[in-house]
Ligand binder design. Structure first.
Ligand SMILES: [Zn+2]
Ligand SMILES: [Zn+2]
Length: 447
């Protein structure tokens, strides 16, 4: 655990729990004496201490959260996130990306206040920058929430344009400290949430007549080079006593039935990324409620493995924290040609990504019998078999969702291809998940 406000917050909760435990033990002891007809010796000091802890603990935890500018929910989430793993400290030295690429780490789904409001998102821009440096992030996409009622309302449309423009101006005014900050939005609709990142939201808004609707805005954004990312695609409800877990904010084109709003259909057809790793989903929902922190990531990747073949289109896994408070992590790793916003966008569009841990970005493949090894996101055609390799302690290779091999660190192995045609090859390496290499999938060569 790092030393931040979650430590006094956790101690306050522990004091409250200790106070409750003291009172329970005293009550049980008294009941025991009564049933055994033994004399009860009042322990007034202990009872007062128990009561004091039970009252002061929650007050102190509330005060700690307020002092930080967080709600109790934010503080509880940040406390849970202290247990969310990070890549090894020395990963920049130990994980060697395939030449000629740089391996950059980032977060494509980070909320920000303003424009988001304080009860919902606690973290401001300076704290975001500080956390990003602390977590050694190369890039962060700031995505304020926008709601799907805004395109129909001229006043809301203008307000979104103003707020995103102000955030962009604040980001532009920063000194160059090496961190690549991107300004986008997360579009919220009952049919699903999607990110508009690494593009120019203000320009897309300016180029789209308000009466043209959200699908026209999506097209204007993507036509100008922006990336569309389907967020938490399988965030389906689960039974639990915790609030919000009954919400279905999954991607309805995957989990529901048509018809869908035009902008949802547009994003479904042309999304560049699919959020296979959402830190909140992994570290809170999956870990605590499903007792399996990898559950959603595995499910999304298995879904993409199937959908790629069925829909005959590239589908690239990406990751984001969905942070509303004081935590960030590297969630998306990209193989970029250089350290720039444009190069990161190009890498994601080309499918050169891995999520959660960086080692999976070392997956390479080539047609058996020679040629150069090619990185994740590549398309290999006319192969009868392929050779693959990846670097890490624990490497597993998947073909169309099936585990086919577990080679040693750097070992070149030969893999049979799917007889029916398109083979989607992926790797997991030391807790990370790679994007696919496409073999004999003609659609993957078309851009
Ligand atoms: Zn969302
Ligand atoms: Zn979000």
């Amino acid at each position: 655990m790092r030393l931040d406000y979650t430590l006094p917050f956790a101690l306050s909760l522990a004091f409250a729990a200790a106070g409750a435990a003291i009172l329970v033990v005293l009550t049980l002891a008294r009941l025991g004496c009564w049933s055994l007809r033994r004399p009860w010796r009042p322990r007034r000091g202990l009872r007062r201490a128990g009561l004091a802890l039970l009252v002061l603990g929650p007050v102190a935890s509330w005060a700690t959260a307020r002092w930080k500018g967080a709600t109790m929910e934010h503080a509880a989430t940040d406390l849970a996130m202290t247990q969310a793993p990070r890549p090894p400290r020395d990963w920049h030295r130990t994980v060697v990306p395939p030449a000629p690429y740089l391996l950059l780490a980032g977060d494509l789904h980070c909320h920000i206040n303003p424009p988001d409001w304080s009860d919902h998102v606690a973290r401001h821009l300076p704290e975001t920058v500080r956390l990003a440096h602390e977590e050694e992030l190369d890039f962060v996409s700031l995505v304020p929430h926008v709601f799907s009622d805004f395109p129909a309302d001229p006043a809301k449309w203008a307000r979104v344009a103003a707020l995103v423009g102000e955030l962009q101006a604040a980001v532009d005014a920063r000194p160059d400290d090496g961190l690549i900050l991107d300004v986008g939005v997360e579009y919220i609709d009952p049919s699903g949430h999607f990110g508009m990142v690494f593009g120019d939201v203000p320009a897309a808004l300016a180029a789209t007549p308000q009466t043209a609707g959200a699908a026209a805005l999506v097209d204007a954004f993507a036509d100008r080079g922006g990336l569309l990312v389907v967020n938490h695609p399988l965030l389906t409800p689960i039974r639990s006593s915790m609030p919000l877990t009954s919400l279905d904010i999954s991607w309805q084109p995957f989990t529901g039935r048509p018809p869908f709003r035009p902008e949802i259909a547009a994003v479904d057809a042309r999304a560049d990324g699919f959020e296979a790793a959402n830190l909140f989903v992994r570290a809170v929902r999956d870990r605590f409620l499903l007792d399996d922190g990898e559950a959603s990531t595995r499910r999304v990747l298995a879904l993409l493995d199937r959908e790629i073949v069925t829909r005959r289109r590239r589908m690239t896994p990406v990751g984001g924290t969905d942070s509303h408070s004081f935590h960030l992590r590297p969630m998306t790793f990209v193989l970029a040609e250089q350290r720039s916003r444009q190069a990161i966008r190009d890498a994601i569009r080309a499918g050169r990504t891995c999520v959660v841990q960086p080692g999976a970005c070392t997956l390479e493949a080539r047609a058996e019998g020679g040629g150069a090894f090619m990185p994740v996101g590549s398309s290999i055609e006319g192969a009868r078999r392929v050779e693959v390799r990846a670097s890490g302690r624990e490497v597993v290779i998947y073909r169309n969702g099936d585990r086919v091999a577990a080679p040693a660190d750097g070992q070149v192995i030969s893999v049979d291809l799917a007889p029916a045609g398109c083979s989607v090859l992926r790797a997991t390496v030391d807790g990370g998940y790679s994007a696919p290499v496409y073999v004999n999938c003609p659609f993957a060569s078309r851009r």
